[in-house]
Design a protein around this ligand. Structure first.
Ligand SMILES: [Zn+2]
Length: 159
């Protein structure tokens, strides 16, 4: 059973690699084995290791941050990593080809919410992501300025 688990899984840019198992006794008295996996923290980009129940590993309900940045369920920008992809080891570089992604993740686990049909996963490096955020802010400021009503002209008797 255990060896049918995907050895590697991916959510957006973030790649998780299975590195082993650890026996674990549940409160109910069952002896199960947890998946030990490694990845890079979604907040700081540091390498970390964590454990997950096998079903959670399959469903990718797994920790995405190092112990210092633990924030279960917290928002992760799946399209831009906190550090350049070139800084990651080869195993941690994300697949972007939709066909390969599908193959590596299995039919049920492809990135349907990130990828449109036949589209590559488009990942923005930190510098590009920052540039896009800056562009967005500038556009937002300009729109705000344009929508602001001109100052009311005071009636002359108030002078
Ligand atoms: Zn971290």
């Amino acid at each position: 059973m255990a060896d049918r688990l995907p050895p590697r899984t991916q959510i957006g840019w973030q790649v998780f690699r299975r590195v082993g198992f650890r026996p674990h006794d549940t409160i109910g008295g069952l002896n199960i084995s947890l998946v030990r996996y490694e990845s890079h923290c979604a907040t700081c980009g540091a390498h970390f290791e964590a454990f997950a129940a096998q079903n959670n590993w399959r469903k990718r309900e797994i920790a995405r941050r190092c112990d210092g940045h633990r924030r279960p369920g917290g928002y992760v920008d799946n399209l831009s990593p906190p550090l350049p992809l070139a800084a990651l080891p080869a195993w941690a570089r994300p697949q972007t080809d939709p066909k390969k992604l599908k193959a590596s993740l299995g039919r049920r686990y492809h990135h349907c919410w990130l990828l449109k049909k036949g589209e590559r996963l488009r990942i923005f490096e930190p510098k590009e992501a920052e540039r896009r955020r800056e562009e967005w802010r500038a556009r937002h400021r300009a729109e705000l300025a344009a929508s602001r009503k001109p100052a009311a002209v005071l009636p002359s008797y108030l002078n």
